[in-house]
Design a protein around this ligand. Structure first.
Ligand code: NFE
Length: 456
């Protein structure tokens, strides 16, 4: 059977290989492979738990902040205390800045080049230049917005660095709180960055995403996958984290009934992953990462996370679906539309959180790491649900397991041979030109994969 191989798939983070078998112009089956091993979980063993927020951020330059958030939440759960309210708000604001830069980057700089024709110069060339549907005027405007978005994305980073100290890898997240104090002048400067970013999202990004969805309306009917959506939830609205801007929950096969997320139902399966059998089928609280590069029949460095044995998609669409803000459908275009709408929702919420900061109140409570303990830090990264599972023994990390969004989305087959969500989304699609499989590329990019995170 002829195959399409895209290796590496471009305009995403890290090294993703896609292999699709096709027959009569249609993809029959697909394999998604992460082509690199990193081993962050293993190198954390024996370290001081305070180092986890610093080390795990180095997994990725696009979403370091969510890893810092997950690390401090895991430690605080092991300690059994919450950080003060100011810390919750400052954490939300730095994380929000990360979401905004990432969503803007994804739409303009990673996705749009698969739909528009740029100037005849790198990074626009070489290009497939197929199935381009915008008028010359629309195309030029989108190219202009691509350039404008470069500056807006940088401003989102500068904004986050006001409290984060620096970005991408912030030093602000400590268990017990944050190091960045919410001083009045910082609040004003943050707002001065945020207001034009809100205007860009509402007046440029949202209309551009809508235009894309209109011009490529057929992409609202492909790339669904299973339709199973899962979110851990993010942006705590109270100290205990029981109320969130984007809720925790899951929906099976596009249902509008939202079900709870029982963490005990999660397993990481590894039959087709380059890991030993000892690493297969475990809940992350007991997870093991033993690489085996010579394993027969394996084809990815990602494990295959499953909830109740079933593959789930995670990301902006899952969050907005679970929260009830987006229910139009599950497809390539729905992922882009939900992401743009989510950017707007988060940006406006950030404006509220700035107003809730109290410059006179503390943003840190001293806490001591216990001799033994366990903690789970659940949050969301721009690409979806993120969890860190921490076990402490003799005040050092006894085990650390990280479950990233792209592991859910781009997972290989599981122990039962069931394909991952992206693999499933590619099945059955028609490909106009196997030498330039733009349909495959557009479906892959709709998930906004990050393989650096996924192989961690
Ligand atoms: Ni490297 Fe990440 C996000 C995390 S994706 S970008 O968003 O966690 O697996």
């Amino acid at each position: 059977m002829p195959t399409i191989t895209i290796d590496p798939a471009t305009r995403l983070e890290g090294h993703l290989k896609i292999k699709a078998n096709y027959e009569n112009g249609r993809v029959t089956t697909a394999e998604s492979s992460g082509m690199m091993f990193r081993g962050f979980e293993n190198l954390l063993a024996g370290k001081d738990p305070r180092d986890a927020a610093v080390i795990t951020q180095r997994i990725c330059g696009v979403c370091p902040t969510p890893h810092a958030m997950a690390a401090v939440l895991a430690a605080e759960q092991a300690i059994g205390k919450n950080a003060p309210d100011n810390a919750r708000l400052v954490r939300n604001l730095i994380l929000g800045a990360d979401f905004l830069h990432s969503h803007i980057l994804h739409f303009y700089h990673l996705t749009l080049p698969s739909y528009i024709q740029g100037p005849a110069m790198p990074p626009w060339t070489p290009s497939w230049n197929v199935d381009l549907r915008f008028t010359a005027a629309e195309n030029q405007q989108l190219v202009d917005h691509y350039v404008q978005a470069l500056a807006v994305r940088r401003q989102a980073h500068e904004m986050g660095a006001l409290f984060g100290g620096k970005l991408p890898h912030t030093a602000a997240y400590e268990f017990g709180g944050v190091t960045g104090m919410p001083k009045a002048d910082l609040i004003t400067r943050f707002r001065n960055y945020l207001n034009p970013i809100i205007a860009f999202i509402d007046n440029v990004l949202l209309p551009d995403a809508n235009l894309l969805a209109v011009k490529y309306s057929d992409y609202s009917n492909i790339g669904k996958g299973y339709g199973n959506l899962l979110a851990f939830g993010v942006f705590d609205l109270n100290a205990a984290g029981t109320s969130k801007l984007l809720a925790r929950g899951r929906a099976a096969n596009g249902a509008t009934t939202i079900q709870p997320v029982d963490l005990n139902a999660i397993t990481e399966q590894a039959k087709y992953s380059w890991y030993n059998d000892s690493s297969n089928g475990l809940n992350p609280s007991k997870g093991i990462t033993q690489p085996n590069a010579d394993k027969a029949n394996a084809y990815s460095w990602l494990k295959a996370p499953r909830f109740g044995g079933v593959p789930y998609e995670t990301g902006a669409l899952a969050r907005m679906w679970v929260t009830g803000d987006y229910r139009r459908g599950i497809s390539v275009m729905d992922r882009h539309l939900a992401r743009a709408k989510e950017a707007s929702k988060i940006a406006h919420a950030m404006s509220d959180w700035l107003g809730q900061l109290n410059p006179a109140a503390p943003a840190f409570t001293p806490m001591t790491i216990p001799a033994t303990g366990t903690g789970i830090g659940l949050t969301e990264a721009p690409r979806g649900a993120l969890g860190h599972w921490l076990r402490i023994n003799e005040r050092v990390v006894a085990s650390y397991q990280i479950l990233t969004p792209t592991c859910w989305n781009c997972s290989p087959r599981d122990n039962a041979g069931v394909p991952g969500p992206l693999e499933k989304a590619l099945e059955g699609i028609s490909v106009m030109d196997a030498a330039k499989p733009i349909e495959v590329q557009r479906i892959v990019q709709s998930y906004d994969p990050c393989l650096s995170c996924a192989v961690h």
